[in-house]
Design a binder for this molecule. Structure first.
Ligand code: HDE
Length: 713
């Protein structure tokens, strides 16, 4: 791949700090070669260690200080390098060079994360995912610190510490880790009607993605674009994954957490190592300044999205991740994002959540990275050189020459000098701010349920079922009945059937339900719980349902080939090459890790045994052709593992392909679908069965058949 100039600059900048230990002797931090790294210096062979052992002291001291504080939120994450390319100039709206020069490529580093868990927690927690991008533009770093969900729980930064305290492990016993299913979270939520829209998203399948590569990214807040003439447009940022938006089932998520808690981290790493570079279309929703008040919600309210039916998303760029970091700590851990890292042509709005973020991010880096010089860490450095009069501080790297560290000055010839707007100098957008000092919420923010309804109404039936089950799971972990009641009361404002269904499962008597305003409905059957709140302007939006996502590719899907000795080599190789041609990853699973002997004398190397992995780690299964192989898979040793594989994949609605002469496995399994009637169950007598399998894998899952398959695995 041809590298563009800006990427080269960032790469070279990072390279300056790279160290290659090959063929090098071990040294101390002072560069002294070490001759013995096994023993400390002692007074006699069995005597005490000597304080003068500066080599031991240095090694242990450094080790003692290896850990830095993890991020207060978004502690668990994974990142990668890549490029952002603008395919259609946005010069009409913004003067930001990286968005206005068609074809321009800008180096980026992206970090994905969960929010609530610690750095070592499972990737598959039910949670929002962070989607933070640092663009190393020639005009300085621009950070878009977004999420995979387009709205947020709260409307004002004042509530953020409360929200985070409520969701984090409870302070007395530090339980539970990386989970919102507990009393304090739902207590807070039950008292915060503004969180209801986000709760719908957080309880939906979006919160258990199949992969970081299969999630959308959103800037969440409304931002401002400013063009060369100073004209303003409001903008919402979108990233749409080329692989589509896909999720796993909750049952899978809990099992993956046990089998491979690094599932998303591994998936991102391996895809990039295999050259299956994750890609997103970058899109914008543009609103002229004069249309600010045209919507039936406030553009400054971060609990609202702009339905794509009202303002379409214009796709104008591509984000590609193409290089794994060399060192997790140096890059992924030390990267420091900040929504206030802006370039000319982009500005923030008065969204009160965003305004609070503008303070928080630098502040947190000071304690997390330990110095106001965190911008000098290689991953955080802008590709243009920093020139200013700031000086000193812990771990200062830059060696600024001369006597001057103030402005104005004559000794330094007035340098570094202020840049004019026309020369790329950043100027805050002029805006008339004329009001009473007031600590209150705008009336325009008082609409808490209309978009929650929009989201729920837009879900397909299986998605609705997952959302209901998520709420039931979470609320069942709430030990205080009054909290469960209050949450059900909130749900009733969104959809009475949803509320009634959840109420039944979590032991809430809807006839005694307290309304959020404290009143108890006189004749309280579920009908009277209907909300008097405003209805959404758009009733249902296709873009909000994952049912309508991209389903035309099997690129980078992991397909397990289950086989044993005697497997039909010809069938396996033919299917393997067809799937690989489409970009899928094939992994052989056998009874043990011993090479599998095929019918033609060749062998296949298993990557896993039936006991070292589980079907939840695969997108689809092929039960490889061959009578002897099928029989061996059903022998006493292998049968439980092999059937568990098939049954779980079936339960999770995955594509399963039964190769030739594997009827015995089909019959012994829980697969109830009649042959040829289920698009996810392919048998060798299907018409064009290899193609049918590819299509089924691309469809991801047959969620619509899930209800019929909840048989025990
Ligand atoms: Fe953050 N958030 N946040 N946040 N946030 C942090 O910054 C904060 C919010 C988001 O991969 C922290 O460097 C406040 C919304 C991401 O390094 C911290 C408020 C959105 C990441 C912080 C919010 C986000 C963070 C913790 C409400 C989506 C991970 C460590 C006023 C648009 C970035 C750090 C990474 C991280 C504060 C709300 C996204 C403490 C005060 C809304 C993706 O500064």
């Amino acid at each position: 791949m041809k590298k563009n100039k800006l990427s080269d600059i960032k790469l070279e900048q990072l390279k300056e700090h790279e160290t290659d230990n090959s063929d090098q002797a071990l040294t101390t931090n002072q560069g002294l070669k070490i001759s013995n790294n096994q023993d400390s210096l002692k007074s006699g062979e069995r005597g005490p260690s000597l304080l003068e052992d500066f080599i031991l002291r240095e090694k242990i001291t450094h080790f003692d200080h290896e850990r830095i504080p993890e991020r207060i939120v978004h502690a668990r994450g994974s990142g990668a390098h890549g490029t952002f390319k603008i395919n259609k100039s946005l010069a009409k709206y913004t003067k930001a060079k990286f968005l206005s020069e068609e074809g321009k490529e800008t180096p980026v580093f992206v970090r994905f994360s969960t929010v609530a868990g610690s750095a070592g927690s499972t990737d598959l927690a039910r949670d929002v995912r962070g989607f933070a991008i640092k663009f190393y533009t020639e005009e300085g770093n621009y950070d878009l610190v977004g999420n995979n969900i387009p709205v947020f729980f709260i409307q004002d930064a004042m509530k953020f510490p409360d929200l985070v305290h409520a969701v984090k492990p409870e302070p007395d016993n530090a339980i539970p880790q990386a989970a919102s299913a507990h009393d304090t979270f739902w207590d807070f939520i039950s008292l915060m009607p503004e969180s209801m829209h986000m709760i719908m998203w957080a309880m939906s399948d979006r919160a258990i993605p199949r992969s970081y590569r299969m999630m959308e990214g959103f800037g969440v807040h409304t931002f401002k674009f400013i063009n060369e003439e100073g004209k303003i447009h409001f903008v919402k940022f979108h990233f749409k994954p080329k692989l589509g938006v896909h999720s796993v089932a909750w049952d899978e998520a809990t099992k993956i957490s046990g089998k491979d808690s690094d599932f998303h981290r591994r998936d991102l790493w391996e895809a990039i190592e295999n050259g299956a570079f994750p890609e997103w279309d970058f899109g914008v929703q543009i609103i002229p300044e004069e249309d600010e008040h045209k919507f039936n919600f406030d553009l400054l309210d971060p609990t609202k999205l702009i339905p794509e039916e009202e303002v379409p998303v214009e796709l104008v760029g591509t984000l590609t991740l193409n290089r794994n970091p060399d060192n997790f700590f140096a890059e992924t851990e030390q990267i420091a994002f900040h929504p206030g890292h802006l370039v000319p042509g982009i500005d923030f709005t008065n969204d009160p959540l965003l305004q609070g973020r503008l303070f928080s991010y630098t502040d947190t880096q000071l304690s997390r990275l330990g110095s106001s010089n965190f911008h000098e860490i290689p991953i955080n450095r802008s590709i243009n050189t920093v020139h200013n009069n700031q000086r000193d501080g812990h771990m200062r790297q830059q060696i600024v020459k001369g006597k001057v560290s103030y402005e104005p000055n004559s000794i330094g010839g007035g340098c570094p000098f202020q840049a004019m707007w026309k020369d790329g100098g950043f100027t805050s957008q002029e805006e008339r701010v004329d009001g009473k000092k007031i600590r209150a919420r705008s009336q325009s923010f008082v609409d808490h349920y209309s978009q929650a309804k929009l989201f729920y109404n837009s879900q397909s039936e299986p998605e609705k079922m997952h959302l209901q089950n998520a709420l039931i799971f979470e609320l069942s972990k709430v030990t205080i009945p009054a909290i469960r009641e209050k949450v059900v009361g909130q749900l009733a404002f969104i959809n009475k059937d949803l509320a009634a269904l959840v109420a039944k499962k979590v032991g809430v008597d809807v006839t005694k339900l307290k309304q959020p305003n404290g009143s108890i409905p006189a004749d309280a059957d579920s009908k009277t719980l209907q909300s008097p709140e405003k209805e959404p302007s758009t009733k249902s939006s296709d873009a909000l349902s994952m049912k309508n996502t991209v389903k035309n590719t099997i690129k980078s899907r992991v397909i397990g080939f289950i086989m044993e000795n005697g497997v039909n080599a010809k069938d396996v190789n033919t299917l393997k090459s067809k799937l690989e041609k489409e970009g899928a990853v094939i992994q052989v699973i056998a009874g043990s890790l011993a090479p599998v002997k095929a019918d033609d004398g060749t062998t296949f190397e298993p990557k896993h045994s039936l006991t070292s992995t589980a079907s939840v780690c695969f997108d689809a299964l092929y039960i490889s052709s061959g009578k002897k192989s099928a029989e061996t898979l059903l022998n006493e040793d292998n049968k439980p593992g092999a059937l568990l594989f098939v049954n779980e994949a079936y339960k999770h609605c995955k594509a399963i392909y039964f190769g030739k002469e594997t009827d015995e496995i089909y019959n012994a399994s829980n697969v109830k679908s009649k042959k040829h009637e289920d698009p996810a169950i392919i048998t060798s007598d299907n018409n064009n069965s290899d193609y049918a399998f590819i299509k089924a894998v691309a469809n991801h899952r047959v969620w619509e058949l899930e209800k019929d398959r909840n048989n025990p695995a």
